[in-house]
Every structure is written in structure tokens, then in C-alpha cells.
Design a protein around this ligand. Structure first.
Ligand SMILES: *Cc1c(COP(=O)(O)O)cnc(C)c1O
Length: 447
């Protein structure tokens, strides 16, 4: 068997793999091409940061939980030494000091939505509301967006619908934001959606349509239902640039957090990011911003469940035609509902092709084990999707593919100063009872 055949056999047998992107280019070239081919650049990230800032007073007004931060939606960057140690003990005597430092980006604790989706869904809903109100002549372009909270405008918005398809978390973020601004909201949920997410939406006056089908089909149904009606605005997770750039603003705040913590990023202090991937918008947006800010010193990896590696199979196969995980005999069934997506966004795949370092996959039992370890050693409340990155540094260092990547980038011998950012994408709103079940399952996989 060649290496490639062995890799494919592992992938198809639902075994964890490290896939390295052979089409990755040097950052400046990748970003130049992206600008030339797709018209996307760092100015779009900056524009998103400016918009977030302009929206902050509105957000503080419509979401009481944001009053304390003046409407800023961000999460801390946390060292997790106890968790790092606990994970290291599983690693055949490998010393963590040689690996570098694990940092957890705590988006599981993001206010309002309790997941990374707060960065995308809330942004797109507010930006849509802003342009709709301007278009309808309800406010002028010069007015502060806080005007959107005026009762007269809310009354107007009650004639309009915002719709979305979701495995759960995007529905929460879009649904709650839409309702907070006075819109009607309709969320089409895939069969993966957890019952508590449905209930929370219904309790907030969101109409939930549950499909006995996967995420792609739920999105398709939502798109078709929205198409004939000009009063329905459809948040299209499969190709939305608003979502993508809403997420991308996180890179700018990450850079500031690293600097504030005195963490240098350089060839001797490389930055690794492990970004859980579903449709690709959240990890893609963050990675896009990060590549602009840190260039070749940043190594962005997506993380996916072994049964739903949609970005991996698409990028590996080339972008000529759409590819799904079903084409590889995989089921798309996983406890990581945020990542239960069979076909990646083609928009995101195109942007990521020249800049993503690779994709690392993880088994559900490891995700659950990581949920338990993160709770028991650092008191964190993560959902399985959010814990996915915790095994990635070791997967990278211990696999043949990962070692070849490190050698190629001159990193084999100087990882002691590496920063490994594990993007924890959701979990703080998981009901305690459900969380206990994750813990119980996860602990059963501990030694
Ligand atoms: C949505 C989500 C992801 C993945 O984001 P995509 O934009 O779908 O790629 C990862 N983890 C959690 C918890 C999520 O809700």
C-alpha cells in the first residue's frame, strides 16, 4: 500500500487522520491570489471590526447581558496548564514542554448565544436590520444604529421574517438576535439539533421547523421556503460573506489578546490554531483574518469528526466538483452537532484552499473524553464540538504527516515556544442535565 492508499483506508474506516494541504501557498501569495480571484481582502476584516464597534451600543441595549461590556462580544484567551498536563499524560510520556503552550479561546462562553455563532449570526442579523431600515427610509445612513431599537422601527420589523437552516447553534444566534430586534424568526433544524436548543428558541418566540434530514437538506428547505417571499431574509450559512467576516473580526481581537499577554508570534514562536469546522464559515473567517495578521507564522488547521470531515474530503479532492462525506462511505453522524455537516461551503473551500495548513480529525469518544478532562481539570463547560481541538497538537506531533509538515516549515526542533490555540466553540448554555450526560460518557473513556 502506498502512503496515500493507507491514508484513504484510515479515513474511510473512520480512523483519526492528519491531512496536510499540499496546495497551501506562502501567505502573501495566497492572500494576493484571494484578493485577485475573489475580491476579498483585509479591508473586509477591518470593515467588520468597524461595524461591530458601531453596533455595540445597540447590542448593549437589546441584550441586557451585554451591558457590562458596552455591547462588545468577545471571549478570553485562557492558559489551561492543568488540562494540558492531563492531556499530556495520555501521550506516551511525551513532555508538553517540547510542544509549547496550549491556550483556549473561550468562545463557549460568548454571551447571548453561548457559541462562536454569536460572532456570525448576530452580526448578519444586525447588519441586515441596519440596511433594511435604511432602505425603507426608517433611518438615514448618518443615524446611529442604536436607532434600530426604536419602537417604531421594531414595529416595522415585525412584518419581516429572518430565516436560517441550522444544526442548532446558528439557529440560536440568528433566532435570538432577530427576535431581539422585533423580527419574526424561522429556524429550520436538521435532525442533529438537540432538543434543548429547539425549546430555547420556541421559548423566545422563534418558529422552529424540524426536518428529519441532515444539515444540507434543512438549509435547502429553508432556502426554498424563503425564495418566493421578498419579506423573508435568508441567512445562508453555505455562502454568506456577512457571516464569514463577522467571524473574521475575532482575529483582530486575538492579536491584541496575545500582545496584551506578552506572547510573541514569530518563526521561533509559531502560532497554531485548531478550529472546529462544520460548514466552514466560522473557522474559515477566523483563519482568513489570522493569515493576514500573522502570515506564515500562523498555521491554521480545521478539526472535524471522523464521520463528518467535509472540508477534508473537499479540499483533498480538489474544488472542481462538490464532494460529500457520504461519497467516502462515512455517516455524518456525530455527538458534535455543531460539526455534523456532510458538504463544506464551496465559498469557504475556495478561500481556504491556498492558506489552510490542513485538517485533523477526531473520534467522538475523544471529543467526549476531552469534554470531561476540560471540566475536571479547568472547570470548563464545553460541548463536544468545542473540545475537538484538544487532541490536535499531539496528533500533529505524533503523526508521520504532521512531522513532515513541521519539518517542511523548519519547526521540528523549536516548538517549546509554540502557541497552540484551541478554539472552544460552544457549550456554556448546554443545560446541566445534558452536560452531565456528556461528562458521564466522557469519563467512561478515561483510563
Ligand atoms: C457552528 C459550530 C462550529 C463550526 O462552525 P461552521 O461555521 O459551521 O464551520 C463548531 N463548533 C460549534 C459548537 C458550532 O456551533
Amino acid at each position: 500500500m502506498t502512503d496515500n492508499q493507507a491514508f484513504l483506508a484510515r479515513l474511510k474506516a473512520s480512523q483519526p487522520v492528519v491531512w496536510i494541504n499540499s496546495r497551501q501557498k506562502p501567505s502573501d501569495q495566497a492572500l494576493r491570489d484571494c484578493h485577485a480571484d475573489l475580491g476579498l481582502g483585509f479591508e473586509d476584516v477591518i470593515k467588520a471590526c468597524d461595524n461591530w464597534q458601531a453596533l455595540a451600543p445597540l447590542l448593549a441595549k437589546i441584550f441586557p447581558q451585554l451591558e457590562a461590556t458596552g455591547g462588545r462580544i468577545d471571549s478570553p484567551l485562557l492558559p489551561v496548564p492543568q488540562l494540558q498536563k492531563a492531556l499530556g499524560q495520555k501521550a506516551k510520556g511525551q513532555e508538553n514542554e517540547q510542544i509549547g503552550h496550549y491556550l483556549l479561546k473561550a468562545d463557549h462562553a460568548l454571551p447571548v448565544a453561548g457559541s462562536v455563532k454569536a460572532r456570525g449570526g448576530i452580526y448578519e442579523v444586525c447588519m441586515h436590520a441596519w440596511s433594511l431600515a435604511t432602505e425603507l427610509g426608517l433611518m438615514s445612513a448618518k443615524d446611529d444604529p442604536i436607532t434600530l431599537a426604536d419602537e417604531a422601527i421594531r414595529q416595522h420589523f415585525s412584518n419581516y421574517v429572518i430565516a436560517v437552516g441550522s444544526t442548532g447553534n446558528l439557529g440560536l444566534s440568528v433566532g435570538l438576535a432577530a427576535r431581539a430586534l422585533g423580527f419574526k424568526a424561522v429556524v429550520h433544524m436538521s435532525s442533529d439539533a438537540k432538543a434543548w436548543k429547539v425549546k430555547r428558541l420556541e421559548d423566545n418566540g422563534v418558529e422552529v421547523i424540524q426536518h428529519d434530514a441532515d444539515y444540507g437538506k434543512a438549509v435547502g428547505a429553508a432556502r426554498i421556503a424563503a425564495a418566493p417571499d421578498p419579506n423573508i431574509y435568508f441567512v445562508d450559512d453555505e455562502c454568506s460573506q456577512l457571516l464569514f467576516f463577522g467571524y473574521s473580526a475575532a482575529a483582530v481581537s486575538l492579536k491584541k489578546q496575545l500582545a496584551d499577554q506578552g506572547r510573541v508570534v514569530s518563526q521561533d514562536h509559531p502560532l497554531f490554531l485548531y478550529l472546529p469546522c462544520g460548514i466552514g464559515g466560522a473557522p474559515g473567517g477566523v483563519a482568513f483574518g489570522v493569515k493576514y495578521l500573522f502570515g506564515d507564522h500562523a498555521h491554521c488547521f480545521f478539526v472535524e469528526p471522523v464521520e463528518a470531515p467535509c472540508a477534508l474530503v473537499q479540499l483533498m479532492s480538489g474544488l472542481e466538483k462538490p464532494v460529500t462525506v457520504y461519497d467516502f462511505g462515512l455517516t455524518n453522524k456525530t455527538e458534535a452537532d455543531g460539526m455534523a455537516v456532510a458538504e463544506v461551503s464551496h465559498f469557504v473551500a475556495k478561500v481556504m484552499e491556498p492558506m489552510l495548513s490542513g485538517v485533523i480529525t477526531a473520534k467522538d469518544e475523544d471529543l467526549l473524553r476531552f469534554v470531561a478532562l476540560a471540566h475536571d481539570h479547568e472547570g470548563l463547560k464545553l460541548e463536544p464540538s468545542a473540545a475537538a481541538g484538544l487532541g490536535c497538537p499531539q496528533a500533529l506531533f505524533e503523526s508521520q504527516e504532521g512531522q513532515a509538515y513541521l519539518a517542511k516549515h523548519g519547526l521540528s526542533d523549536n516548538l517549546g515556544n509554540a502557541h497552540h490555540i484551541i478554539w472552544a466553540t460552544g457549550g456554556s448554555l448546554v443545560p446541566q442535565e445534558q452536560f452531565e450526560r456528556f461528562l458521564e460518557k466522557g469519563r467512561a473513556f478515561l483510563d
